[in-house]
Ligand binder design. Structure first.
Ligand code: 2AM
Length: 171
């Protein structure tokens, strides 16, 4: 199973991110992420066997993370896969700590793949045709979070579908 850990936006924020995705899509083209798939990836686990996936789901259900608030105030892009995203201008210390803490736990399960650098972002477009558009709307969002979700990414030939497997305890 292809798994990742993410923050899932609450409905009001998801709508606002969706509106930014619409604006970006109008200017940059490419494939707009559906609203229900918008997320912040905290850790990408890759392919994991069923037994380990079950263990991880149990662990996530027993986990409580510190509540936090992430400020989104910037557009960004990753050139190679043509990703257009929104995120923060400044590094966010609480998210960095959360990322480290989650990877400590994943490595205790012998999971490889801790990245050398974590750039928190919400992907809005993939395979964008234009990456730099100077008339994109101003980004000014606050994301209050208190829960991490373990998500199964199912790729059945079309766009990936994301199915939540387990959520940490709300704090
Ligand atoms: P991103 O879109 O936020 O960059 C589920 O596949 C999520 O995991 C994707 O949305 C992507 O996050 C991230 N992801 C997918 N493949 C990845 C990889 N090889 N390395 C790191 N993150 C990956």
């Amino acid at each position: 199973m292809r798994l990742f850990l993410a923050l899932v936006p609450p409905p009001g924020l998801r709508e606002r991110l969706g509106a930014l995705a619409d604006a970006a899509h109008a200017r940059c083209g490419g494939r707009r992420m559906p609203d229900e798939s918008l997320h912040l990836t905290l850790a990408f686990l890759g392919e994991v066997g069923d037994d380990l996936a079950g263990e991880l789901a149990e662990e996530i259900r027993s986990l409580a993370i510190p509540a936090g608030c992430w400020t989104l105030d910037a557009w960004g892009h990753f050139r190679c896969p043509g990703i257009v995203w929104v995120g923060g201008h400044r590094p966010d210390a609480a998210l960095q700590r959360l990322h480290e803490r989650l990877w400590d736990r994943l490595e205790a399960h012998q999971l490889p793949g801790r990245p050398s650098r974590f750039i928190p972002h919400v992907t809005l477009l993939r395979r964008a045709e234009r990456l730099e558009a100077d008339d994109l709307p101003h980004v000014d969002l606050e994301w209050s979070y208190n829960q991490v979700t373990l998500i199964h990414s199912i790729n059945d030939g079309q766009a990936a579908r994301y199915v939540p497997l387990a959520r940490s305890r709300a704090t």
